[in-house]
Design a protein around this ligand. Structure first.
Ligand SMILES: C[S@@+](CC[C@H](N)C(=O)[O-])C[C@H]1O[C@@H](n2cnc3c(N)ncnc32)[C@H](O)[C@@H]1O
Length: 290
């Protein structure tokens, strides 16, 4: 378990490469972050990530930051990394996967590549390829044994319902008027745990890897802001109650806001002083942690 330090529940203004070094080892349970994308936006600050000339330089800078993140994360911690891709001279860079593979090389274990599908993505005028409406959300961990609350983010069953008439449906209950539990332990052996989870688990089926979540409407920020729903899923599954969530690129403060709403602690870092103020002001509008 992480410890409460003088850094918890603060927004720290400065370059993540410097500020992360001040945090104690193993002091955060969960990282949720969206770094600036390569050559996407000018955050008007010296030392900003994303303005590098070459992809390799960008990846190196991210690796420096994520090496420090590895140090400050507890051994059972989770790291959720959101990255989008970019076309340069008509060619897709494949940047999310380049970064993901570099992180695997750094010792992180990749547990999931989640597609964040954006139903309200910006339309585009391209006529020679599909319009992009997704980004990646990678789940990395330090060790095979890590905190993950599967029940906290289950989703509604869609394939079967208790009244389903699909072939062999009744057998899934073991017998007519049986219960899903009967079906699981005494019924059709065809009902292996995975199928039971998919069809009958009372809290819904295990969440899938395509998350359809609309873009955020937080208009104060002039850059891409996390939708709260996306962060909520990461925090609920990847951070124990009262644990500490870190975002080294906090921007408008979404990760801190969600952490506080969900009864977790937060640490946010950003190199742009205006954004730090924006994050602090959003946080003051929330009820205090109990
Ligand atoms: C994509 S935005 C993050 C938005 C955030 N997820 C939100 O919901 O508002 C990336 C942020 O990284 C910050 N940033 C860029 N380079 C940085 C660095 N070297 N250290 C810390 N923050 C940096 C930018 O100022 C910007 O606020």
């Amino acid at each position: 378990m992480s410890q409460i330090t003088c850094f918890t529940n603060t927004i720290i203004c400065g370059d993540a490469r410097d500020k992360l070094k001040e945090l104690p080892a193993k002091s955060v349970n969960c990282l949720v972050t969206s770094p600036p994308y390569f050559k996407q936006r000018n955050y008007a600050v010296e030392n900003q990530i994303g303005a590098e000339n070459e992809p390799a330089e960008y990846i190196d800078n991210l690796l420096t930051i994520f090496a420090e993140c590895h140090r400050v994360l507890t051994d059972d911690g989770t790291f959720w990394l959101n990255l989008g891709d970019k076309y340069i001279d008509g060619e897709l860079l494949g940047m999310p996967w380049r970064v993901a593979l570099a992180l695997k090389g750094q010792g992180w274990l990749l547990r999931s590549d989640i597609i964040w599908h954006k139903p309200n993505a910006m339309p585009s005028s391209v006529k020679n390829r599909p319009t992009t409406d997704h980004e990646y959300l990678f789940l990395f961990v330090k060790n095979k044994n890590y905190y993950y609350d599967v029940d906290a983010i289950r989703e509604p069953h869609v394939t079967f319902t208790e009244k389903s008439k699909m072939k062999g449906g009744r057998n899934h209950f073991g017998k007519v008027n049986g219960t899903p539990e009967d079906g699981k332990y005494g019924g059709n052996p065809n009902l292996h745990n995975g199928r039971w989870d998919q069809a009958f688990h009372p809290k819904g089926r295990n969440r899938r890897t395509v998350w359809s979540i609309s873009l955020s409407k937080f208009r104060e920020a002039h850059f891409a802001v996390f939708p709260e729903k996306l962060v909520e899923l990461c925090v609920k599954a990847g951070c124990p109650p009262q644990g500490v969530v870190l975002d080294p690129f906090i921007g408008s403060g979404t990760v801190a806001v969600v952490a506080q709403k969900l009864g977790r602690q937060y640490i946010g870092i950003d190199c742009n002083a205006q954004y730090c103020d924006m994050a602090r002001s959003r946080l003051t509008q929330l009820p205090l942690l109990v």
